[in-house]
Design a binder for this molecule. Sequence first.
Ligand code: SF4
Length: 348
Amino acid sequence: MNLDHILKELAGDHQELKIMEVCGTHTSSIFKNGIRSLLSPKIRLISGPGCPVCVTPASYIDKAIEWAMTPNYVLLTFGDMMKVPGSEKSLSEAKADGARVEIMYSPQEALKKAAANPELTYVIACVGFETTIPSYALVIEQTERSGLTNIKFLTALRRVMPALDFICATDNEISAFIAPGHVSTILGSQAYAGLTEQYMKPFAVAGFEGEHILIAIYDLVKQVENHKHEVHNLYPSVVKPEGNAVALAYINNYFESGQAFWRGIGVIEDSGLYLNQKYRKYDAGSADLAGDTAQKTTNCRCGEVILGKINPDECPMFGKVCTPAKAQGPCMVSSEGTCGIWFRFTRK
Ligand code: SF4
C-alpha cells in the first residue's frame, strides 16, 4: 500500500471517527507533520493521558517541596516537573524561596551525589509510566548494592493500561486508539488484546514518523469501517508482542500496584505503582499520597484535555492567561503535555 493511496483514502469521505493518540510524542509528531490537515474533517484526532507529568497530583508537588525545604535534604527532579503547579506553588517557585531542588538528567546521578555528600539525603522525584519505571528500579537496585542509606524515592508512577481501561469504560465515542509507542516497547503489543476484546475498539501500535502515524490512522479507519477490533503492531522492528521481559521483571521485582489519583481525572484503581514491602524503606512518603484526592479548584481544564473531551483551544485560558511561560495547569508545562504542544505548533 503506497502512501499516496493512503493519503487519498484518508482525505476522502468517511463516517465520523474519533481516534485517540495516547502518547504526547505522537501528538507532537502529528502537529510537526501537519497530519490533521491531511485528514477528512470527519476523522478527528484527540489526545490522551500519555503525559505522566500532566497527571501528577498537586499533593505530590507539595510533598516534594516539603522534602526540599527540610534541612539536609535535597530534591532531585527532571526539569519538566519544575513549573508544575502544586497547591500553593511550583518547585521552581519553592526553589526561589530557598528550597533545595536540583535538576537531574538521570536518576543515577543520585548515587554519586549521595556518596560524595553523606550528610545530605537525596530524594529522587520519580514520575513516569512503564517506559521510565525500569530506570528507577535500576537505581533502587544500585542503591541497595551500594549500601547508601541517604537516597529516597518519592514516586508518582502510573500504569497506562488501567487508564486506558478507564477511558474505554467511560467514553463510548472513541472509535479507536493509536497505542502509546514508548510504553508499548515495554508492555508489548499483546497488552492491548484484552481491551480490544472487552470494548471492541481497535488498537494500532505505531512509530513516531509522520508516515508511521498515517499508516496507523489508515489501519484504524479500515478496521472501524470493516467492524473489526484487533491489535495491529505496525512498529514490529521496535515493539515485540510480549514486550521487554527484562524491563517488566524489574518493574515487578521492585513495585506493587495500588490505587492512584490522576490529576484532573480522579482515582483509578490499580493504576499506581509503589515500592513493595521489601524496598519500602527507600520510600519518601509516596504510599501516603495514594488515597489523597485533594484537588485545588481551578479553572484549568487539563482533566478534559487529557481524556480527549476538549481540545486545548477550547479552554478559555489557552494562550491568554495560560502559556508555557505562565502555565495554569500541567498540560501546558510538560514537553509531552497536549496544551503545550498545541501552543508551540498553533501559535505564531
Ligand atoms: Fe489547563 Fe492551561 Fe491547558 Fe487550560 S490551557 S487546560 S488552563 S493547562
